[in-house]
Write a protein that binds this ligand. Structure first.
Ligand code: C2E
Ligand code: CA
Ligand code: CA
Ligand code: CA
Length: 281
């Protein structure tokens, strides 16, 4: 009837309004979180599958909101990207990761140890503000340009915008390693891997998830690993959760692995204790 139709209409409007208000609130909270310093970086080890030693770590952001508690990145990164706050957050991430790495080097992390940071496409589309003082900053900490890996998604490789392309070229020229995150789920044309001289491929967790049971996943992992080897690109398998997956990947020649089997992402103090405490090394 006309009546239910109208109620229905009101009902949906109420839901939409509620969503809008909730999002508005989240955006306001995000703005103040930058000022109030509510972010923290966690670190997840990246393990050499042939030696079982830690070789790199990925920095993953955590937001501790005074009322909401811990807000996972999947709940706020896309909103931060939408309203541009990711530019400021991303700068904080890159700088904090570099400081933390300098700190770890003092604790004895070896000279090849690297930290990997996620850089949003919006940070590139913004004109690359995060990069403007980056090289001086990193050098000021006594780190070389290849100490911090920049993780981008494969779609960015295909970006035709001139400013984005020149930023990627500049990173490469300056010796910054580029990793392709979530490899295999986007739309990259393989020729771009070579053209852009990519350094690392990260095989998406979705290919690792059912590796023990699905021969299809195993075939796809094998293809990606062979491709990387052929192009002399390092390869990291993401989301390794059990011993079978680790073994299959190691046997396929996958160089590095990351996942809960080795460790969940840890706050810096715990990460230090677990991997860089002299008394355990
Ligand atoms: P990602 O870059 O693909 O990061 C890997 C995600 O998988 C992380 O989730 C990590 O905790 C999780 N993970 C690692 N190993 C396993 C495993 O064995 N099993 C399972 N189930 N999960 C595993 P997290 O930390 O919640 O981050 C989610 C996404 O948020 C990241 O995906 C990345 O896209 C984004 N993100 C995180 N930190 C940052 C940041 O500093 N900047 C930007 N722009 N994005 C970030
Ligand atoms: Ca990543
Ligand atoms: Ca990933
Ligand atoms: Ca992912």
């Amino acid at each position: 009837s006309k009546e239910t139709g109208r109620n229905c209409h009101h009902f949906f409007n109420a839901i939409m309004l509620d969503d809008v208000l909730k999002k508005r609130e989240l955006i306001d909270d995000l703005r103040s979180s930058i000022v109030n310093n509510e972010f923290e970086l966690y670190y997840q080890p990246i393990i050499d599958l042939s030696t079982n030693k830690i070789r790199k770590a990925e920095a993953l952001i955590r937001w501790h909101h005074p009322v909401r508690g811990m807000v996972p990145p999947l709940e706020f990164i896309s909103v931060a990207e939408e309203v541009g706050l990711i530019v400021e957050i991303g700068e904080w991430v890159a700088r904090t990761a570099a400081q933390d790495l300098a700190d770890l080097k003092k604790l004895g992390a070896d000279e090849h140890f690297q930290i990997s940071v996620n850089v949003s496409p919006i940070q590139f589309k913004d004109g690359g503000q995060w990069m403007s003082h980056w090289f001086e900053y990193v050098a000021g900490l006594g780190l070389s340009h290849d100490a911090i890996i920049v993780e981008i998604t494969e779609n960015l490789l295909m970006e035709s915008e001139e400013s984005v392309r020149s930023q990627l070229t500049k990173l490469k020229k300056q010796g910054v390693p580029i990793a392709i995150d979530d490899f295999g789920v986007g739309y990259s044309s393989l020729s771009y891997l070579q053209k852009m001289d990519v350094d690392i491929l990260k095989i998406d967790k979705s290919f690792v998830d059912d590796l023990e049971t699905e021969s299809n996943s195993r075939d796809l992992c094998q293809i990606m690993i062979m491709l990387a080897q052929h192009l002399s690109i390092q390869v990291i398998a993401e989301g390794i959760e059990n011993e079978e997956q680790r073994m299959i990947l190691a046997n396929l020649g996958c160089q590095f692995g990351q996942g809960y089997l080795f460790s969940k992402p840890l706050p810096l103090t715990l990460f230090k204790q677990k991997y860089f405490d002299d008394s355990v090394l």
